[in-house]
Each structure stands twice: as structure tokens, then as C-alpha cells.
Design a protein around this ligand. Structure first.
Ligand code: IPD
Ligand code: CA
Length: 271
């Protein structure tokens, strides 16, 4: 049965429509979390994989809201979310949802947090959006159609030298992994301009797209952290690789201006 047989008159692969829906869902879900948070005080939070890995009622509510919207508007599509939603598809399309990326920032009252949503067919990311309410920034992209911030087209950094590159990274919640990541960043720091750690992988990739950093790398990510940001950075002209392909967790991402990509990749594999 084709998508049209269900009375859904949109082409399931119309990437512009998918981008519009990604954006609408990300803006609506993140705005609800921002409104619900209301007071600028530190929130109560539960822990997940470790004492530093936080989750709030707002993460779960945002993911449920997105799942319900997709169930009603795209009933044949699958949905995979950080907080446990896992709906198989019968259309070939799957939505990848991080309801709040940057939950630690959200809990502590720092602004770099947002909702990240992408839609994929197999390993191909068709469209994605990241909305950061506290920064009033909405990034989006569609495959082959470019990337934008608040409606303005984005072009990534043209940096040609790793030595002068501003490089973003992040750290996993597992303490053993963190000690390896600390050693790696200590090795890299003397070779670059400086390091930035925003606390949101989705935002870091959007910063690569916007050219507000030259590069970003991180080990130990999950697909919902990065799916939208990978497409946004690629569509803005950055070179982006994530490995292994098709994995849901334990992903390594390297994203940068093309001319410095190989030097960055070898610098972080030598760490
Ligand atoms: C985390 C953020 C952070 C990255 C972590 C992620 P969460 O996601 O993206 O920047 O360093 O690896 O797990 O927990 O805030 O959704
Ligand atoms: Ca995340």
C-alpha cells in the first residue's frame, strides 16, 4: 500500500514538507518545555545511565508530545526517541527525536538546549531541525536544499588551518570514557586555537553549520543527539562523518570545514 492510500496526499519523500514538519515539531515541543520550566531556578531531575546523566519531566513530556503528533499526522512512519519511544515504520521513514538535547543546561538554567528532530529513510537523513528557545535560534535543513538559521541561509567555516581552528567537543556521562576524552582533549588543545563545550551536541553541529566554530568532534554519542545536526552542517557545506553507519549508540562524529577535516581526524585518533 502506498502512502496516498491512507489519504495522506503529501509525497512521503518531499523533503521540503518534511523539513517544515521537523521545524514545527521542534519549535512546538521546545517552546512547551521552555514555558513549562518558567522560573529561572535549577530544576529537580532524575538520573539515567550515571549520576551525571539527567532527565526531567519536560524531556518525557516533549517526547510524548512529538510521538502523539507524528502518530496522528504520519501514522505509517516510525519514531525513535532518546526517552524510549520506539515505533516501527511501515512507510520506510523514521523520525529521530531528541526532545531536549542539552538537558544539563536545561536543568541548570543555561541557554544551550533545544529540541532536535530528523527524519530518515534507511541511512539517509532527509530533513532535520533544531530549535533552541533560550537562544531564539531555529536551524533546519533538507537534503540537497541547504541549511538555514531563522530563515537565513547558512555557510560553514572556510578554515584552512587546524592550528587556528576553534573546535567544539563534548564528553560522555560514563566516567571511564570521560577520562579518555580528557586525555584526548589535552593532546589536541596545543594544536588548535581553543576548545568550546556547549553541552548540546545538536547545537555544536549547528555551530559548525553557522561557522561560529570551525569544527566539532565527539565520541560516544547517540543517533538522536546528532541526526538533525549532521544534515544541517552538511547542507551548510561542512564535511561530516559519523561512525559506525547505522548505529544507534556509541557513535563518533567529526565535522569541520573540509580543508581541516583530515588533520582533525588524525589528531583525534592519535590521542
Ligand atoms: C548530551 C549532549 C552533550 C553531549 C552528550 C549527550 P543530552 O545529550 O548532547 O553535549 O556531550 O554526549 O549525551 O543528555 O543533553 O540529551
Ligand atoms: Ca541528547
Amino acid at each position: 500500500m502506498h502512502q496516498t492510500d491512507l489519504g495522506d496526499h503529501s509525497d512521503p519523500a518531499d523533503v521540503n514538507d518534511l523539513r517544515t514538519l521537523c521545524t514545527d515539531l521542534a519549535v512546538s515541543a521546545a517552546s512547551r518545555a521552555a514555558d513549562g520550566r518558567a522560573q529561572p531556578v535549577r530544576l529537580e531531575a532524575e538520573t539515567k545511565s550515571s549520576v551525571t546523566d539527567l532527565v526531567t519531566e519536560f524531556d518525557r513530556a516533549a517526547e510524548n508530545y512529538i510521538r502523539e503528533r507524528l502518530l496522528s499526522e504520519r501514522p505509517r512512519d516510525g519514531v525513535v526517541g532518546e526517552e524510549g519511544v520506539d515505533v516501527p515504520n511501515t512507510s520506510g521513514l523514521t523520525w529521530i527525536v531528541d526532545p531536549i538535547d542539552g538537558t544539563t543546561n536545561f536543568v541548570f538554567g543555561l541557554p544551550a538546549w533545544g529540541c532536535s528532530i530528523a527524519v530518515t529513510r534507511g541511512d539517509t537523513i532527509l530533513a532535520g531541525a533544531v530549535h533552541l528557545p533560550a537562544l531564539r535560534e531555529t536551524y533546519s535543513a533538507a537534503l540537497g536544499k541547504g541549511a538555514s538559521l531563522n530563515g537565513n541561509n547558512l555557510t560553514s567555516s572556510q578554515s584552512t588551518s587546524l592550528h587556528t581552528a576553534l573546535v567544539a567537543t563534548g564528553f560522555a556521562y560514563d566516567s571511564q570514557r570521560r577520562s579518555q576524552q580528557g586525555a584526548l582533549v589535552a593532546n589536541l588543545l596545543p594544536q588548535i586555537r581553543d576548545i568550546r563545550r556547549s553541552g548540546s551536541a545538536a547545537y555544536d553541529l549547528c555551530c559548525v553549520a553557522a561557522g561560529t566554530v570551525d569544527a566539532y568532534y565527539e565520541h560516544g554519542l547517540s543517533i538522536w543527539d546528532i541526526a538533525a545536526g549532521v544534515l544541517i552542517a552538511r547542507e551548510a557545506g561542512a564535511k561530516v562523518e559519523f561512525t559506525p553507519d547505522s548505529a544507534t549508540t556509541n557513535i563518533t562524529v567529526v565535522a569541520s570545514a573540509s580543508p581541516i577535516f583530515e588533520s582533525l581526524r588524525s589528531a583525534i585518533s592519535a590521542g
